[in-house]
Ligand binder design. Structure first.
Ligand SMILES: Cc1cc2nc3c(=O)[nH]c(=O)nc-3n(C[C@H](O)[C@H](O)[C@H](O)COP(=O)(O)OP(=O)(O)OC[C@H]3O[C@@H](n4cnc5c(N)ncnc54)[C@H](O)[C@@H]3O)c2cc1C
Length: 402
């Protein structure tokens, strides 16, 4: 039985009817072998195509170019879009975090200027929170925002900023009051990443791609009008942004890796001691365990969808989803690479994106999922404290303040 009502299934049918004629131009097969630059150019055109048809920004208000629908329609649209491999990941950060924060906190003029352009794919936005000495402990941000008349002057360094080299703007948390307790001395702004004084340096990853960056701010001037929320409210707004991120990251039971069927196909084609690997106990155990785990993760996702359908926010179980999904992805990739042997790591670093069934890419990239959007250890703390009701972890900074 479908989790969704007949009306929502009718929306799914409309979304599929819109997507199918565009599959040849924008779907996975059209993207295979493209460079990152070519794929991003294709992604911008796909975003503009969706916007023209009323399918960009499903939950965004119609007055800013969105579809004005609910989160369930969004879940359905993303399910169908990802199943066909359309190039939407480049806009996931923009449209899931910075732009929703603009919608909550920017002025009507700012929303009218930035939101429709972002929905049309004309702008990419970054999230500039992490620093060399600040990741999980967001309140330790050191980048300074110093007031100067009607402006602020930003100086410092951010790191791991996804797609900053392709971004026009970003949201940033900076220390505006070094004398206040650390959680209260931060302020949240949006910033022009093409402004004088901004330097973006890509970081090369193990598999050759450069998806994130170091970003340096040398006395970058921004108007006070580009502040979102109150002075000193930066930590609260950053946490609000991350809560949106955690739910977004939680919705693929393979941990965004290849489907289990791809491992089964390799096992069928590989012999161990003259017998198909599907008859080997160790391989069967990996397949069976991950099948069971993925069924459970699908149930968690379904529960989240039902919470949304009932008008409630999904609970902390998204942490279990990400934690367990990324561990399963690693185990499945290791098993596939063992079966494939040395040839399994054959790799064309210039080709982007990699096909979903590429186990070499899945294995090389899987550690990132165990860090981005909350590290495994932080998620374990969430599970311990918010799901199991265990006592709060030792927080030296909070104890010191008390
Ligand atoms: C693919 C990817 C994309 C990213 N994109 C962005 C982006 O666009 N913008 C952005 O701002 N950042 C981004 N990041 C950075 C990411 O948010 C941080 O890497 C993450 O928050 C962890 O911070 P850190 O690297 O400083 O590690 P740290 O916080 O220093 O953690 C180091 C280790 O200590 C553990 N640890 C830390 N605190 C605790 C605790 N209280 N209890 C138990 N263990 C603890 C961690 O689990 C980890 O194992 C990205 C990261 C990745 C991998």
């Amino acid at each position: 039985m479908s989790t969704f009502s007949p009306e929502l299934e009718a929306f799914r049918a409309r979304a599929i009817a819109f997507m199918e004629p565009h599959l040849a131009e924008f779907g996975q097969a059209a993207r295979n072998g493209l460079s990152l630059d070519e794929d991003i150019a294709l992604a911008r055109r796909w975003q503009a195509t969706k916007q023209a048809a009323g399918f960009a920004g499903i939950t965004f208000p119609t007055e800013y170019g969105g579809a004005g629908l609910g989160q369930l329609e969004q879940v359905i649209f993303v399910e169908e879009e990802s199943a066909r491999g359309f190039p939407s990941p480049y806009f996931v950060i923009s449209l899931s975090m910075p732009i929703p924060m603009m919608l909550r906190y920017a002025t009507p003029e700012q929303k009218a200027r930035f939101v429709p352009a972002a929905l049309r794919g004309e702008q990419i936005w970054s999230q500039l929170f992490s620093e060399p000495s600040t990741g999980s402990d967001l309140a330790a941000v050191r980048t300074r925002a110093t007031r100067d008349g009607d402006d602020w002057i930003l100086s410092g360094q951010k790191v791991w900023t996804t797609f900053a080299q392709y971004s026009d703007y970003g949201v940033i948390v900076a220390r505006s009051d070094p004398d206040a307790p650390k959680h209260r001395g931060l302020t949240y702004f949006f910033v022009d990443l093409k402004a004088p004084g901004v330097t973006v340096r890509p970081i090369k990853q193990l598999h050759g791609a450069e998806e994130f960056n170091e970003v340096f701010f040398d006395d970058v001037r921004i108007p006070d009008a580009w502040r979102l929320g109150e002075i000193g409210a930066g930590f609260r707004l950053a946490v609000e942004t991350l809560m949106i991120e955690r739910y977004t990251a939680a919705s693929d039971e393979t941990g965004f890796g290849p489907p289990l069927e791809a491992l089964i196909a390799i096992a069928r084609d590989t012999a161990i001691n003259g017998r198909p690997a599907t008859e080997d106990g160790r391989v069967r155990a990996v397949i069976a365990r991950n099948w069971a785990v993925q069924q459970s993760l699908s149930s968690i996702h379904e529960k989240s969808v039902m919470e949304l359908a009932a008008g409630r926010e999904p609970g902390p179980e998204g942490s279990i989803h990400k934690l367990v999904g990324s561990r399963g992805r690693r185990e499945v990739a290791v098993c596939a690479l063992d079966l494939l042997g040395p040839g399994g790591l054959r790799f064309d670093a210039a080709s982007h994106p990699r096909p979903k069934t590429d186990f070499a890419m899945s294995w090389m990239d899987q550690p990132t999922l165990r860090i981005a959007g909350g590290t495994d250890e932080m998620l374990l703390n969430t599970v311990a404290e918010r799901i199991l009701g265990l006592p709060q972890d030792y927080r030296p900074d909070k104890v010191a303040k008390a």
